[in-house]
Design a protein around this ligand. Structure first.
Ligand code: CA
Length: 495
């Protein structure tokens, strides 16, 4: 058996040399003060799964320790009103890849539940798309055509094996599955969860040939980073697009034992966050983001890398293994809901030379904006607007967070159930106003997020004109999107 340390040292050394040559060869001209630092900067999107609004220390957690992400926030623009395009995984991920609203794509729910969801509920949800249609031009396809080496690592969840990342513009894919979560965060990442037998593709074979045994205790979040650090040396002379998609901190809620013990001893009555396994998962996420940042730094590529860190929906407020997973306080509700706790996400963007370190942006932005922002940075024209992308470039905000964004409304559409969190609902935000419209009884709720970020006081009766106006705009938007709607359930038995 090859000595692990020698192997790791050898791989690490050759990897560092190779990556250094890759990055040096793709470095571009610094440009003038008004332009991005390189014509083709490396682009890294790090997506955490289900990471809640309050889950990072720099966003207010009282238990979780996130020193690397806190440091990243100090180097980045931190967004305080960033939104996932949907309250669950699949649609938000589709929005990142296409810049389009999930309603337009008909990808409005996680793919395992996209069809035939007939519960004893008042409404029947529509059958949604399970797979990202081939005709969609993903950001990976755009970047590949622009000369990028495109790498996807980790959670995919917007297609089955016939729709994996390789078929949507990625040169390399490691660790994807069609499912939303692994059966376990511990090697060999195989087993049953949610009534299905699952595995994580591409991670099965141990490099020293000791299949399934020599990696005992290995943790998926660490492993995905290992894979990312190794695979980049295939980049050749091309600039890098890395879509780093961690499964953490999605269920199953499993932390590394030593970290769980550490956080268990720190939990006190009255704390916002009180789940030690979850705290350990957040800690592992932080450590691994730190490893990626360290690598970029050591290679001298920090200045030439656009780095986006975000979550795909709000934190899970339900229980796992008998314990509440997390809290998005002061925001209302969590994953699955169109209240702020379900869709407002931590997001930070680092782009030296353009973004002032430690800056904060309070304007409402969305995951649909990432695609057009990258296009504008690279000077690539957007496709025809009639079919999207629906987002707008936020490059002007990255240069100056007070620049007014040329957009009046943001929309969400979730025509499904997520019991007990929500029934089918759409929502619209205009400035500080937010309106939710529930399909079961068509009632609306109106909130002023500036005065009431926790959405406690429904103002729809006090401001009926504003509620009517926003409901009308929302209805027109659904028509424009050809949004799928729930219908009456003839089999509903009632209670
Ligand atoms: Ca998610």
């Amino acid at each position: 058996m090859i000595n692990d340390k020698i192997l790791l040292r050898t791989v690490g050394l050759s990897f560092s040399i190779l990556v250094a040559s890759v990055f040096h060869s793709c470095k571009t001209d610094p440009g003038n003060a008004d332009d991005p630092p390189g014509n083709k900067p490396n682009i890294i999107i790090i997506t955490a799964d289900d990471l809640g609004w309050s889950d990072l220390a720099c966003y207010g957690s009282d238990l979780h320790k996130t020193p690397h992400l806190d440091k990243l926030a100090d180097q980045s623009m931190k967004f305080t009103n960033a939104y996932a395009a949907a309250p669950v995984c699949t649609p938000t991920r589709a929005s990142i890849m296409t810049g389009k609203y999930p309603a337009r794509l008909h990808m409005t729910i996680w793919r395992e539940w996209a069809t035939n969801q007939q519960f004893d509920q008042l409404l029947l949800p529509p059958d949604a798309e399970e797979n990202l249609p081939y005709e969609e031009e993903t950001i990976a396809e755009v970047l590949k055509a622009a000369g990028y080496f495109t790498v996807h690592i980790g959670k995919w969840h917007i297609g089955d094996a016939a729709n994996y990342p390789e078929l949507h513009g990625f040169d390399v894919n490691t660790g994807s599955t069609l499912w939303g979560c692994p059966p376990s965060f511990f090697y060999p990442y195989r087993g049953e969860i949610y009534d299905s037998e699952r595995y994580v593709a591409g991670l099965e074979v141990d490099t020293d040939g000791d299949y399934f045994t020599s990696r005992d205790g290995e943790y998926l979040t660490d492993r995905l980073t290992d894979e990312a650090l190794k695979i980049i040396d295939d980049a050749g002379n091309r600039p890098l697009f890395l879509n780093m998609s961690y499964y953490t901190v999605h269920t199953p809620i499993e932390g590394k034992p030593a970290m769980v013990d550490k956080f268990s001893s720190r939990i006190r009555e009255g704390m916002l966050h009180r789940n030690a396994d979850y705290a350990a998962m957040v800690n592992s996420l932080d450590e691994n983001v730190g490893r990626i940042l360290k690598m970029i730094d050591e290679l001298g590529q920090t200045e030439n890398t656009l780095l986006i860190f975000l979550s795909d929906n709000g934190g899970l407020t339900m229980e796992w293994a008998g314990r509440v997973v997390t809290s998005n306080s002061p925001l209302r509700s969590g994953k699955g809901s169109l209240y702020e706790g379900g869709v407002r996400i931590p997001m930070m963007i680092r782009y030296p030379g353009i973004i002032k370190p430690g800056s904060v942006c309070g304007q409402a932005v969305s995951t649909i904006d990432i695609y057009p922002t990258i296009l504008q940075i690279l000077g690539i024209d957007e496709p025809e607007k009639s079919s999207g992308p629906d987002g707008v470039s936020i490059l002007p905000l990255l240069k100056d967070p007070t620049t007014p964004l040329n957009r009046k409304y943001l929309f969400w559409h979730y025509p499904h159930y997520y019991v007990p969190i929500t029934s089918p609902v759409s929502a619209i935000r205009q400035g500080d106003w937010k309106l939710l419209e529930y399909f079961e009884d068509r009632h609306v709720e109106l909130y002023n997020l500036k005065d009431d970020p926790g959405e406690k006081l429904d103002l729809s009766q006090r401001f009926p004109g504003k509620a009517w106006e926003l409901q009308k705009v929302l209805d027109n938007w659904r028509t424009d999107m050809n949004a799928q709607l729930p219908v009456e359930n003839p089999a509903f038995q009632g209670e």
